[in-house]
Design a protein around this ligand. Structure first.
Ligand SMILES: Nc1ncnc2c1ncn2[C@@H]1O[C@H](COP(=O)(O)OP(=O)(O)OP(=O)(O)O)[C@@H](O)[C@H]1O
Ligand SMILES: [Mg+2]
Length: 364
């Protein structure tokens, strides 16, 4: 029952990575929200990458359509900016159904959920974003609604309270979460289909960049798109954001066309390096290498060295560094990998770094 006591661990990446602060942050900022609607693929064919999820979802939706039935409930899990909201809209579009959008934090009381559920039309898609942040009573009401298309509305208070059953029209719940692990198993089990969204490969992001450039009416060549894709941290939202910043640069400092050189120079101005690391990521790596010889060093010490909060280093910088294989979290502290030394163009000192600290861990 470890999901029980973590219900308040409200997606730290959303707290530690406040919208708009980082060019390579994966959570949507105001700017993103303004353009995202225009850049969203409208159907499964337009949706780039996530081949497995697309194929599986295509089958689920086609089968439901052929039966003339409402599609099974779908759970979308994955990091911010990978396309969960986009896919939920595609599901509704593919089913020719209307969509109602709400989120876990917006549902404070079970009554809020009851009123949404009871106003759904038959076949409607209910998109519940951040479903892991719903209140407990609402969650329990949702179990019954998902399974039996029924809710019990409680009328009155105390011993006189009565539950009045209310039939619901069949609907499709699409839940989205950045933290599938926080979902209580009874909720997870009620989804007929779960899609795990993966980070995108560079070639896929390149296609995302080309597509968005076309929609934004921006000239870009193949190498320019590849350059942006390579710095986008596997995330379409970041690719689209970097594209907009590079477009600004191309229009102000050049003739508007994005080439590799323009993209590289523009993103250099914004301190996003060739691998998508920003100032903070690099500061953490540099401190680890230059001050601590590659570690192991404790998180608190590392945080002080870069002048940041412990949480910022742990939740904002480290996940990407770990994912990129640049940094490892070990029981003895943070350790730089050989790739980290290479990325910063440095040579590990003999007898220091991971080889000495963790014999054989990285095969060095
Ligand atoms: N497969 C894709 N093909 C093309 N563009 C995509 C794809 N996935 C996402 N995008 C683009 O990335 C942007 C962000 O996607 P979306 O809002 O769906 O992410 P999300 O997973 O819902 O993020 P969050 O967890 O922050 O809600 C969208 O504007 C969309 O244009
Ligand atoms: Mg979303």
């Amino acid at each position: 029952m470890n999901w029980d006591d973590t219900s308040d661990a409200t997606a730290p990446e959303r707290l530690a990575d406040p919208a708009g602060e980082r060019l390579v942050g994966s959570v949507a900022d105001r700017d993103d929200q303004a353009v995202e609607a225009a850049l969203r693929p409208r159907d499964l064919d337009e949706f780039i990458g996530q081949e497995k999820v697309r194929e599986q979802l295509d089958l689920v939706l086609k089968a439901a359509r052929a039966r003339g039935a409402t599609a099974d409930h779908v759970l979308l899990s994955g990091a911010p900016g990978l396309g969960k909201t986009t896919l939920s809209m595609i599901i509704a579009a593919e089913m020719g159904a209307p969509i109602r959008i709400t989120s876990g934090p917006a549902i404070q009381h079970a009554g809020d959920l009851a009123s949404i559920l009871s106003s759904l039309q038959e076949g409607e898609v209910l998109f519940l974003d951040e479903i892991h942040r719903m209140s407990r009573p609402a969650e329990e009401m949702l179990y019954m609604a998902m399974e039996d298309f029924r809710v019990d509305v409680i009328v009155g208070k105390g011993p006189g309270a009565t539950a009045i059953p209310l039939e619901l029209p069949p609907f499709t719940l699409v839940g989205a979460t950045t933290r599938a692990g926080l979902l209580p198993p009874p909720l997870r089990d009620r989804f007929g289909f779960t899609a795990h969204m993966e980070f995108y490969a560079p070639a896929e992001l390149e296609r995302v960049v080309h597509r968005s450039a076309r929609l934004l009416d921006v000239e870009i060549d193949t190498a320019g798109a590849a350059e942006i894709a390579g710095r986008s941290r596997g995330t379409p939202r970041i690719a689209n954001r970097l594209l907009r910043r590079v477009r600004d640069y191309a229009q102000v400092r050049a003739d508007g066309t994005i080439t590799r050189e323009i993209a590289a120079t523009a993103l250099g101005v914004y301190e996003v390096d060739a691998r998508g690391l920003d100032r903070l990521d690099r500061a953490v790596l540099e401190a680890l290498l230059k001050l601590f010889g590659g570690g192991p060093v404790g998180l608190s010490t590392l945080a002080v060295a870069v002048g940041e909060e412990r949480e910022t280093v742990e939740e904002v910088a480290e996940p990407f560094l770990v994912r990129e294989g640049l940094l490892a979290r070990t029981p003895r502290g943070r350790v730089a990998t050989p790739a980290a030394w290479a990325h910063l163009g440095m040579v590990p000192p003999r007898g220091a770094g991971p080889a000495a600290g963790q014999p054989g861990l990285f095969g060095t």
